[in-house]
Each structure stands twice: as structure tokens, then as C-alpha cells.
Design a binder for this molecule. Structure first.
Ligand SMILES: Cc1ncc(COP(=O)(O)O)c(C=O)c1O
Length: 280
């Protein structure tokens, strides 16, 4: 596999970063995951806008304009003979410097980009939906930054997996905020509801596409917090994310939730999003 590291296209085995990279010592960096559908990058510029935002919020000077990475992505697709469905992982850290918490006076950001064949979630899974668990949201106060610090997300995903679920609904101050690696949507009497953008959630690119799509389909939308109790009254529930797209939630903590199946609003949005991504 050929990857991109600091301006060079090299074999994956040779992509080595010094141990004192700040990503390694502090998780001091940001990342993005973009999907390729039918060989085309999906919503690339929106992902780059979020990358610019994350960089600005952690005061990291990007070494180049991220729009340039579209060409890097295309080359990685070609070099690795990836057609069809693939994912692009991009990570930018503050660079290599002796381990001191405050920013180093001189360090060049480390830029790593890799493209891999995507594991397309089977349509049957998207139709069947998946169980979730609820867990307290242990993350920090700036979840809007797509930072490399993912320990609470890792722990939540692991706890979910241990409980036989794929993802966790994170609860903060009595509100069902989002998933450990996804945004959360609920449908109440035909209205689509999701937590408003702000410091407690990641402003998902898929979330944004779903909201726009719902509007175009005439589905009423509300960006409002959903209480942990209200989740149980939802007619439909689903997670959204770049590689997940729209995944219905059928059970929470072992009990039937969201109607226990993929609902009609979720199905319409799945079809619409699929069409946007794949053009069919
Ligand atoms: C915490 C969190 N929320 C939401 C999302 C969904 O974001 P996107 O739709 O941009 O993939 C992710 C994706 O990784 C995530 O980690």
C-alpha cells in the first residue's frame, strides 16, 4: 500500500513517525475521514472546511491549503488501484518536538494520508438496523473539534462492543447527545430531530447532508436536544456517519427502541443519501 507522508508517496511500511511526534505524546492533532464512492470523493470540500476549522480551533497552522489534498487522494486511489468504495484517512499533528506541553517554538506539522478499500456496510444491515447502548459522555468540552484525542470514544465503543452493540448513545446532562463515532437522529411524529451544533457534538458532514436532504424531501426538521427519556418515545432512531451513512437503531440497552425496525423516514433518507453519494 502506498501512503502519503509529509509530501512523499511511500510504501506503508516506510511511513514512520518519530516517537516524539505530538500526536503520539499528546494526541495533539486533528483528522478527517472522507469516503470515495464509485471512485469519487464525497463531500471533500466540506471535510476540508471542517479540517480548517479544527486546525484553527487548536491553533495549528496548516502547512498548505487542504484543498490540495484532493490531488493527493486521487493519486493514492490510482497508486493503490482502488476503484468503487474506499475511505481516506487524513491526520495532521503539530509535529515532532521534545515532550513539553506548551506548543514548540519550531515544529513542522506531520501530514499523513492513506486510502484504503472501504468496508461497505451491507444493505441488509442498513435495513435491519443495529442495537446500541447508552453510556455517560466522558468527553471534553470541545467535541466540535475533530481531534486525535479519542480515548473516551474508544472506551465507549469498547463498552458497546462488549455489550453486543456497535455504538453507544452518549448521555450528557440528561441529553442523548450523539454516538461515540456518529451523530444521533430521532423521528417524533414525522419530525426529524437532532442535537444542535455546538461544543458538545461533532458537526457531522453526513448530519448536514441529511438535514438538507430532509428539507428537500419536505420532512420537518428540528435541531434540538433530545432528552435521554425522550429517546424511548422516538418512532425512529438512527446514527449517521461518513462510512456508516444512516444506520437505524433498533434496540437500546437490550430493549426495543425506535420502533424496533428501520422506519419510513429513515428509509427515505437512506435512499436519498445513497443517491447523492453514488449518483444512483
Ligand atoms: C463523535 C462523532 N460524531 C459524529 C461523527 C460523524 O461525522 P461525519 O458524518 O462527518 O463522518 C463522527 C465521525 O467520525 C464522530 O466521530
Amino acid at each position: 500500500m502506498i501512503v502519503y507522508l509529509n509530501g512523499s508517496f511511500i510504501p506503508h511500511e516506510q511511513a514512520v513517525v518519530p516517537v516524539e511526534d505530538r500526536a503520539n505524546n499528546f494526541g495533539d492533532g486533528i483528522y478527517e475521514v472522507v469516503s470515495f464512492a464509485d471512485g469519487c470523493l464525497f463531500a471533500f470540500e466540506e471535510h476540508m472546511d471542517r479540517l480548517r476549522y479544527s486546525a484553527r480551533e487548536i491553533q495549528l497552522d496548516l502547512p498548505e491549503d487542504p484543498s490540495r489534498y484532493a490531488a493527493v487522494a486521487e493519486r493514492l486511489m490510482t497508486e493503490n488501484s482502488l476503484a468503487g468504495y474506499a475511505s481516506l484517512y487524513m491526520q495532521i499533528s503539530r509535529g515532532v518536538a521534545p515532550r513539553l506541553h506548551a506548543f514548540p517554538a519550531q515544529a513542522r506539522p506531520t501530514v499523513y494520508i492513506a486510502a484504503k478499500p472501504g468496508k461497505y456496510v451491507p444493505d441488509e444491515d442498513r435495513e435491519k438496523g443495529r442495537p446500541a447502548v447508552t453510556l455517560p459522555d466522558l468527553r471534553w468540552g470541545r467535541c466540535d473539534i475533530k481531534s486525535l484525542n479519542l480515548l473516551p470514544n474508544v472506551l465507549a465503543k469498547q463498552a458497546a462492543a462488549k455489550a453486543g452493540a456497535q455504538d453507544a448513545i452518549l448521555i450528557r446532562d440528561g441529553m442523548a447527545i450523539e454516538g461515540a463515532a456518529s451523530n444521533l437522529f430521532a423521528v417524533f411524529n414525522g419530525t426529524l430531530v437532532t442535537h444542535p451544533k455546538g461544543p458538545h457534538i461533532l458537526g457531522g458532514i453526513t448530519r448536514q447532508h441529511i438535514l438538507r436532504l430532509a428539507e428537500s424531501l419536505g420532512i420537518p426538521c428540528l435541531e434540538e436536544p433530545i432528552s435521554a427519556e425522550a429517546v424511548w418515545k422516538a418512532d425512529e432512531l438512527f446514527f449517521s456517519g461518513t462510512m456508516l451513512e444512516i444506520m437505524p437503531i433498533t434496540k437500546i440497552d437490550g430493549k426495543v427502541a425506535g420502533g424496533g425496525r428501520r422506519g419510513p423516514v429513515s428509509a427515505r433518507l437512506q435512499t436519498g443519501l445513497h443517491r447523492e453519494m453514488w449518483g444512483k
